[in-house]
Write a protein that binds this ligand. Sequence first.
Ligand SMILES: [Zn+2]
Length: 109
Amino acid sequence: MSRSRPFFEADGIVLELLPGMNLIDVVARLRLEDYRASLERLVGEHGAREHPQAARDLAEVRAAIERINQGAYGMCERCGGAIGSQRLLALPTAHFCIACASVTRSADL
Ligand SMILES: [Zn+2]
């Protein structure tokens, strides 16, 4: 007997639950999708030239969603360790764990 793949739905967003996806991924994905929709509206209406920061944020949000799809979300790009869930909840587009972020001084942390 075949079963449909599990999914999660909230606020009109339907997420397929992929193997290995944890609760942080799901929560982050919902927030990122919501943020992406807002940014796409803003940039779409006024253009990236008018809102360069929104255009950069949109690229970051799309990249973070892609990391979730690739199963690489929440892994520090510098040391390969896990980015803490508190940090991901506070900053869903984070590239680095808190220890690496404090030494890289990256513009987007
Ligand atoms: Zn790190």
